[in-house]
Design a protein around this ligand. Sequence first.
Ligand SMILES: Nc1nc2c(c(=O)[nH]1)N[C@H]1C(S)=C(S)[C@@H](COP(=O)(O)OP(=O)(O)OC[C@H]3O[C@@H](n4cnc5c(N)ncnc54)[C@H](O)[C@@H]3O)O[C@H]1N2
Ligand code: MOO
Length: 398
Amino acid sequence: MRKILKDLTSLDEARQILDSLLVSCGVEHVSLDHADGRILAEKIVSAINVPPFSKALKDGYAIRARDAPTPGTCLLLKSYVPAGREDTLSLGKGEAVEISTGAPIPQESDSVVMVEDTTLADDNVCIHSNVRQGQHILPAGTDISRGETVLEAGQMVSPAKIGILAALGINDTIVKNLKVGIISTGNELTEPGNPLGPGRIYDANSYTLSAAIRRLSAIPVAYGIVRDEPEKARSLLLEAVSECDIVLTTGSTSAGSDDFMYRLMEEEGQIRMHGLKFKPGKPVIIASISNIPVIGLPGNPTASLMVFSEIVSSLVRKGLGITAPARQRMKATLMDDVYSDNRLEYHCVEVIDECAYSVDKTSASITTLAKADGFIVIEPEITFVKAGNEVEVTFFEN
Ligand SMILES: Nc1nc2c(c(=O)[nH]1)N[C@H]1C(S)=C(S)[C@@H](COP(=O)(O)OP(=O)(O)OC[C@H]3O[C@@H](n4cnc5c(N)ncnc54)[C@H](O)[C@@H]3O)O[C@H]1N2
Ligand code: MOO
């Protein structure tokens, strides 16, 4: 039987419903190669000093500053310390040791003179600059000291933070592992890379959602395409629920007689809402099955990605224990007439030089979102916004 969507839930109410759902989240060990963008699940305390020894910051000569009180002083050249030298040299009064950038500073020397500020004469090196004690030396532990907390659980791993872990000698770390399952439904769907039969289209939603989930630091688990066969969809849905922390389905959520998703969710769990007073993204289902949040997203690509980014992402972030970055907003002049209906609409626009151009090709088109920099909000009671009006653009996060 058809399900007609009449009593639509407001976006704010849907956010509250989502917020009331519990989300669990596991952890896993990952190598540094796979840690970028993930959320740390452990505090990192340094077991070593970085650098482990005081090191030269310039190629030149290690000396004792008091041995060269004025420019023109010549010191006896004793030895050479390349980077990686294992034994520690000591330095006598009036002596200099040739040193390269990154090499350990010999004992008793307290400064490095750059090669450019010196000349060589027989066994002597003559210094032609003023020497300040400590110059061109990075003391042991300056970067990170032993026992220091360098990273906290809940921080996102970035290239620089991977550098910190590597510099501490850590080659794997524990990160949060929030798995989001994705099931695409529709007889018309074909996996990209295969020939397209009549009446068929390629599955875009599995891929847009996977990418969006990965950007949120969670792990997408794509279960592929389910034809409109409710029993196969049921077993895949239950498999996804047993393996993931959140499950998303796309398609088969609206008023068509073969749109069976809400029925499956009703039979296997509890539906919290069905139908959102929002455009793009009316036929949305929020449900839970065995305490796992299950969200039925619209089949239309722009609607499914918009609902994921603007609403469902908060549930993913809650599971990971992270907060959303502040959104950028700006005033712009609307360049096109825009018609809307009685739903709250996030209307996609491209912004060029403080002008906002509508890029809406309906929620059935994927290029609507791909071209958009952000959106303007059109309240339910507004059905027309005239070109030339000042509007506020909210930018997408990425
Ligand atoms: N009589 C009504 N018809 C429709 C309503 C309504 O309220 N009353 N709502 C419209 C809205 S709004 C949307 S959005 C769509 C979404 O419906 P479903 O969520 O049930 O999705 P489908 O019918 O399965 O598909 C819609 C559209 O999207 C294409 N699609 C589906 N999956 C994918 C995918 N993985 N990748 C790319 N494209 C996909 C599908 O082929 C359809 O063209 O319903 C309106 N109708
Ligand atoms: O979700 Mo629908 O039109 O709002 O595509």
